[in-house]
Design a binder for this molecule. Structure first.
Ligand code: HEC
Ligand code: HEC
Length: 245
């Protein structure tokens, strides 16, 4: 097996583990290996009934602290707790519509109805928030190096991602402060990647921005942004917890 195939296979196994706890989700390996086959499946009957059943498909990756994915390189699975609901919804729709090419997330988003996506987005946006915890401050918890300060200024990151990169100016824009650095780096590179069937994000706004930077510069940005304190969290949740209520 070549490297791409074996990483895809590893991902398919990982997502099958996630899916094993969902009620009526389609088999993950087929959708990971062949997005076209997943698109041909009838959408309606796969839509899970309860919020718990919907979220059960996500717990195995997004609710395990430090859980790592291996495609297209090893990185931590993004934190969803405390993320803007509008952005979670936009991201899931981007996987579903193919603007985001990540094969596993495409297979998963394909199985969700518009209503599932809205419900899940609200659920994660509230996760880890409120419990006696202050919202992210307006000032970054640490100052950037002069090099990183210049990079942040060059593309005016805070003009869209907001104060402390935690208060985005539009509901469908992401909070990025405190997200995993290794994931931020993979995401930033994806906006630069064209003509690849399994990797890439065709967002016009971030594409134009990411293409102004070398990978070394994107890595420096990702390391700084990920080191900030923000709202984002991975909240451990037993996959049996929801089902017992
Ligand atoms: C097999 C592990 C796995 C499972 C299961 C999984 N995800 Fe993901 N998810 C990932 C990975 C890896 C990424 C990063 C993909 C990329 O690079 O675009 C991701 C990305 C996302 C993003 C984009 C985050 C961002 O900051 O842009 C959202 C939203 C998301 N997943 C929601 C979900 C939901 C909702 C479920 C359950 C219905 C789910 N995921 C199930 C691994 C998983
Ligand atoms: C003009 C507005 C704008 C500016 C300026 C901007 N961004 Fe973004 N950014 C966005 C939008 C909109 C998205 C969501 C794109 C999508 O849906 O994939 C995004 C997404 C991202 C993501 C992906 C987050 C995730 O969870 O996957 C990262 C990382 C990011 N931006 C970092 C930056 C950095 C670093 C800068 C400055 C160098 C910057 N952005 C400047 C609007 C902007």
């Amino acid at each position: 097996m070549n490297k791409l195939l074996s990483t895809l296979f590893a991902l398919a196994v990982a997502s099958a583990t996630g899916f094993a706890h969902a009620q009526a989700a389609p088999a993950a390996p087929a959708s990971a290996a062949q997005p076209a086959a997943a698109a041909a499946k009838p959408a309606a009957p796969t839509s899970p009934a309860s919020l718990q059943a919907k979220v059960a498909m996500c717990l195995g990756c997004h609710n395990i602290v430090g859980y790592q994915a291996s495609f297209p390189e090893v990185h931590k699975v993004p934190k969803l707790g405390g993320q803007s609901a509008g952005y979670i919804e936009a991201a899931l729709n981007a996987y579903k519509g193919g603007e985001r090419k990540h094969p596993t997330m495409r297979g998963i988003a394909d199985a969700l109805s518009d209503q599932d996506i809205k419900d899940i987005a609200v659920h994660y946006s509230k996760q880890g928030q409120g419990e006696g915890q202050a919202a992210a401050a307006d000032k970054p918890s640490r100052e950037p190096s002069p090099q990183v300060a210049a990079l942040l200024q060059k593309a005016a990151c805070a003009s869209c991602h907001g104060a402390n990169l935690s208060k985005p100016i539009a509901p469908n824009y992401p909070k990025i402060a405190g997200q995993h650095s290794d994931y931020l780096f993979v995401a930033l590179k994806a906006y630069k990647t064209d003509n690849n069937a399994a990797v890439g994000r065709s967002n016009g706004v971030m594409g134009a921005i990411a293409k102004q930077f070398s990978n070394a510069e994107l890595k420096a940005l990702a390391q700084y942004v990920g080191s900030l304190e923000g709202d984002l969290k991975t909240v451990p949740e037993s996959r049996f917890h929801g089902a017992s209520h």
